[in-house]
Design a protein around this ligand. Structure first.
Ligand SMILES: C[S@@+](CC[C@H](N)C(=O)[O-])C[C@H]1O[C@@H](n2cnc3c(N)ncnc32)[C@H](O)[C@@H]1O
Length: 275
């Protein structure tokens, strides 16, 4: 692939998603874009770059960007954020009026494991949440993963990664060799295609936001912009969970790490210090 073709595809992906593709990612473009080339009858990435520059290339640009997202996920990924969620939900619920729903947002939800993990925690804690209903929103840039998340259907391999067997038995049923999430969990969750770079103000306020393992693909300014937009959507005493390799430190002062918690962040400093 020529440097010019790489640069023009990388520029397009960065403008559309925030994902930075460094020059060492040439192999990734080759493997991930091979099916796109086939679908469009193109023989090279140079041809693809030309097609992308032609008028009417919007659907192709979307397809290319989606193909270059990394959608790795698992149930209860890294454990700790979900243990922390278990601890804080009863306290958050106690400070909300009865009848107010608890709102959780899995921003960059990929195939839905994070959102369904949160739903399982909410289900488990229901007796301690004073009858408050929960609403879990999962969003992702890739319409393909959003569709898969919405279907609630997981392979044997996917459920074997991080999902305790008692939760598998309780919340899933086997169907045609796959595992289907229960109607109860699906009723708590909804999934939408959405770009973290877009305006999020119409979404209202969330008690908990997961934005895990996506900021790592962004440059500093994009991380700041996304984190500050999420901070605005977080209740003052709400909690934002980041991935193990992500931090707000040196990025924004609109969020503060919770004492003793690497991945959990709040909007207001006094809560952070109270831990
Ligand atoms: C590695 S997955 C993380 C999934 C989940 N949060 C977890 O930690 O298991 C990263 C996801 O971020 C999504 N993504 C990348 N750029 C995005 C953007 N600008 N807006 C929304 N989602 C984005 C990708 O499509 C991908 O599904």
């Amino acid at each position: 692939m020529t440097a010019a073709a790489f640069d023009s595809i990388a520029r397009l992906v960065r403008a559309r998603s925030g994902i930075v593709l460094t020059a060492d990612k040439g192999y990734m473009l080759d493997t991930r874009l091979a099916p796109v080339l086939r679908r469009h009858g193109l023989s090279s990435l140079e041809g693809l770059a030309l097609r992308l520059a032609a008028p009417g290339a919007e659907p192709l640009a979307r397809e290319v960007t989606e193909a270059l997202t990394t959608n790795e996920s698992s149930f209860f990924r890294d454990g700790k954020p979900f243990e922390h969620l278990r601890q804080i939900l009863p306290r958050l619920a106690a400070t909300r009026p009865l009848g107010q729903r608890l709102r959780v947002w899995s921003a960059a939800c990929s195939t839905g494991q994070e959102a369904y993990s949160a739903a399982m925690v909410l289900d488990e804690l229901a007796p301690r949440l004073g009858g408050r209903a929960a609403e879990i929103l999962g969003t992702d840039l890739s319409s393909e993963v959003v569709e898969r998340a919405r279907s609630g259907s997981f392979s044997q391999f996917e459920v074997q990664r991080g999902l305790p067997v008692q939760l598998l038995v309780k919340h899933f049923r086997q169907e045609n060799g796959r595992w289907q999430v229960s109607p109860a969990l699906r009723a708590m969750t909804r999934f939408e295609q959405a770009n973290l770079l877009d305006d999020q103000r119409s979404r209202g306020t969330f008690d908990v936001i997961f934005c895990r393992n996506v900021l790592i693909y962004f440059e500093l300014d994009t991380k700041r912009r996304v984190l500050e937009a999420l901070a605005e959507r977080l209740a003052p005493d709400g909690v934002l969970y980041l991935g193990g390799a992500e931090t707000v430190l040196g990025v924004t002062d609109k969020l503060f790490p919770l004492a003793g918690e690497r991945s959990a962040h709040v909007r207001e400093r006094h809560l952070a210090l109270a831990g």
